[in-house]
Design a binder for this molecule. Structure first.
Ligand SMILES: [Zn+2]
Length: 244
C-alpha cells in the first residue's frame, strides 16, 4: 500500500470510525471474510426465463438480499468502499469459474454504462469500478472492455414497460473506438465470449436493449448478467426519487 496523504487520512478515519460489516455487524471492514464467504458460496446463477431474440440472461441474487442491499448503499449513499467488496464476492461466486475453466483471456466483461448525470451525482461510475476490480482479481484474464457508451443521456424514468423499452433502446450505443470500417464491432469481439453486466434487473429493459445492440453489431457469443434481480411481480417502486 502506498502511504500517500489520501491513504493516511483513510487509515486515521478508519481507526477512529472503523466500518462495520454489512452482513454481521463486526467492526473493522465493510464485509468481513466470513460474510464474503457466505455470500459467494450461496451465490447461484439463475437463468431469466422467456428471453427472446437469442439472448440469454442470468442473475446472481435478489435485490432484497444482502447483495442487493450492498449495491443500493454503494450506489445511493456513494459508499465507495463497498464496491471492491461487491466485486470480490461476485468474482468468487460467479466469475472465478471462467478463469479456471476457460482459456486465458477468453472473457470480455462489459459494464453497463451509467448515465453521466448519475456518475456526477454519485461521484462514481459504480459498474465500471466493479468490473475493473473483477478484472484485477482475475489477473487480467477477464478483460474490462467498455464496448458500450451512453448515447442519449436520459435517466431512466419511465413507469411503464413500453416507455422504459424506448428509453433503454436510445440510452446506449457501441463505443466508436470498437467500431470497424464495415460499421460492425471490431472483428476480435465478434467471436469472443462477451458478458454484459449490470447491477439490477427490474424489467430487464436496459440489459435486453443493450444486448440487442451488441448482437446487431456482430457479437455472437453474448450473455447478460444482472448481479441482482427484483422479485417476480413486484410492482415498480418509487425509491430515491426514481421509479424502478
Ligand atoms: Zn460479517
Amino acid at each position: 500500500m502506498k502511504f500517500g496523504i489520501k491513504n493516511v487520512v483513510k487509515i486515521i478515519a478508519n481507526g477512529l470510525f472503523p466500518p462495520r460489516c454489512r452482513g454481521c455487524g463486526a467492526s473493522g471492514e465493510y464485509l468481513c471474510d466470513c460474510c464474503k464467504k457466505y455470500i459467494s458460496e450461496n451465490m447461484k446463477a439463475r437463468q431469466v426465463g422467456n428471453m427472446s431474440g437469442g439472448l440469454t440472461a442470468e442473475y446472481l441474487g435478489f435485490r432484497d438480499e444482502i447483495l442487493g442491499e450492498l449495491i443500493e448503499e454503494a450506489k445511493y449513499e456513494s459508499v465507495r468502499g463497498l464496491l471492491p467488496e461487491i466485486a470480490e464476492v461476485v468474482y468468487a461466486g460467479y466469475f472465478e469459474k471462467y478463469v479456471t475453466e476457460n482459456d486465458v483471456g477468453s472473457l470480455i466483461l462489459v459494464p453497463m454504462p451509467t448515465s453521466r448525470q448519475h456518475v456526477r451525482e454519485r461521484a462514481i461510475d459504480h459498474m465500471n469500478r466493479i468490473v475493473l476490480e473483477i478484472e484485477r482479481l482475475s489477473d487480467n484474464k477477464i478483460q474490462h472492455t467498455r464496448l458500450l457508451e451512453r448515447a442519449k443521456d436520459t435517466v431512466q424514468m419511465g413507469a411503464n414497460v413500453v416507455l422504459r423499452k424506448k428509453q433503454a433502446k436510445e440510452a446506449v450505443k457501441i463505443n466508436p473506438q470498437f467500431v470497424s470500417d464495415d460499421g460492425k464491432i471490431n472483428l476480435e469481439y465478434r467471436s469472443a465470449k462477451v458478458v454484459l453486466i449490470d447491477d439490477v434487473w427490474t424489467t430487464g429493459s436496459s440489459l435486453i436493449e443493450a444486448g440487442k445492440i451488441l448482437k446487431e453489431a456482430g457479437v455472437k457469443n453474448l450473455k447478460l448478467v444482472a448481479i441482482t434481480k427484483s422479485r417476480a411481480r413486484r410492482s415498480p417502486t418509487l425509491r430515491h426519487g426514481e421509479i424502478y
